[in-house]
Design a protein around this ligand. Structure first.
Ligand code: AMP
Ligand code: MN
Ligand code: MN
Ligand code: MN
Length: 320
């Protein structure tokens, strides 16, 4: 039974096509405390269930550490959980994110891939810390660690919080604008793999690779097309047609780029914490498009008919 908590028409079953401006009870991009999200995997699942979602993916940055807990919670809440993560990669000097939807759980080359990402993140944090120390944040690594509140590998948000806590900047936005955002000294990308390598891990591990938030890289339409071409050549199968709040014209234009390439369309809020602009499932509506929904991909087809909790009910690593 679907609770009508989301505005507008909300499809109760997964449709085979996106045929009108609609919202769906699906969110395939969210974060938990396993990376830079504020909610534990269990609390995230509870929130999603309360908002009437039927299908969700947990996609923490470069880790699937939260998936087991989320699976248990999803099973209890009667939700279909897709195991996943969001891989940090590089393309032409830009930090590009790839959402890995892993219906079979963590398996195959992804095991080694995520280990490599973990080590990359640890080394990268040291470099970020060195740079911030030179710019006026002494003991940056220890301070970011304290902000993280656990022993998980650090990310830029932990450094952003440290900069705010030490009064170096007034707020989080200022931390990214001056120190950590794209092109700033703290935006260290050298440790990440090429996008093609990361997509290779996903595809060889039974997963579906989805290009995350393609409108958020500041690319021209042409360059975005080139990125999609590289992504596809590496085996990438889908693109987030809707990520959080988007301009409807930009979304329709993006849909045309997907259709031209026969890419599947995914959708996600990129939820990190309550009170932000994107609550689970609260993305902009999906326009009418010939791009097939990502759950039409053969590797995710069981989502469509899955009784609630089906994926969560099966032990990880044991799915076909
Ligand atoms: P990292 O995984 O360490 O590269 O950190 C990336 C994360 O930092 C993103 O997933 C966002 O959560 C956050 N982030 C990146 N850029 C910005 C920005 N300009 N403003 C606010 N948060 C950002
Ligand atoms: Mn994040
Ligand atoms: Mn991202
Ligand atoms: Mn994300």
């Amino acid at each position: 039974m679907l609770m009508p908590l989301l505005p507008n028409a909300l499809a109760s079953v997964l449709p085979t096509a996106f045929d009108a401006d609609q919202r769906y009870s699906v969110d395939l991009h969210m974060h938990s405390t396993a990376s830079d999200g504020a909610l534990s995997p269990t609390d995230l699942v509870t929130l999603c269930a309360g908002r009437g979602l039927t299908h969700m993916a947990l996609t923490d940055h470069d880790t699937m550490e939260g998936v087991e807990e989320a699976s248990r919670a999803a099973q209890q809440a009667g939700l279909c959980l897709v195991p996943g993560c969001e891989l940090s990669t590089r393309w032409q000097g830009i930090n590009i994110h790839v959402v890995a939807l892993m219906p079979g759980g963590l398996q195959g080359p992804m095991i080694e891939g995520l280990e490599q990402q973990r080590e990359a993140r640890i080394k990268r944090a040291e470099v970020i810390a060195e740079r911030l120390e030179k710019m006026g944040l002494p003991n940056a690594l220890e301070k970011a660690r304290a902000q993280a509140g656990s022993d998980r590998p650090l990310g830029r948000p932990d450094f952003a919080r440290a900069l705010v806590a030490e009064g170096v900047v007034a707020d989080w936005a200022g931390a990214f604008k001056r120190y950590l955002g794209s092109g700033k000294k703290g935006d260290v990308k050298a440790h990440w793999p090429e996008i093609s390598e990361a997509v290779g891990w996903v595809v060889a591990s039974g997963g579906v690779a989805v290009l995350a938030h393609p409108l958020r890289y500041g690319l021209t339409r042409r360059k975005r097309g080139l990125l999609m071409d590289t992504f596809m050549e590496a085996g990438g199968q889908g693109v987030e047609l809707v990520s959080g709040q988007q301009n409807p014209d930009a979304t329709r234009d993006l849909a045309r780029q997907l259709v031209e390439r026969e890419l599947y369309a995914s959708l996600g809020s990129d939820f990190h914490f309550p009170g932000s602009h994107a609550a689970p499932g609260s993305m902009s509506p999906v326009p009418r498009t010939a791009a097939p929904p990502i759950w039409q991909h053969p590797r995710l087809a069981h989502l469509r008919d899955a009784p609630s909790g089906m994926l969560g009910a099966k032990p990880l690593n044991k799915l076909s």
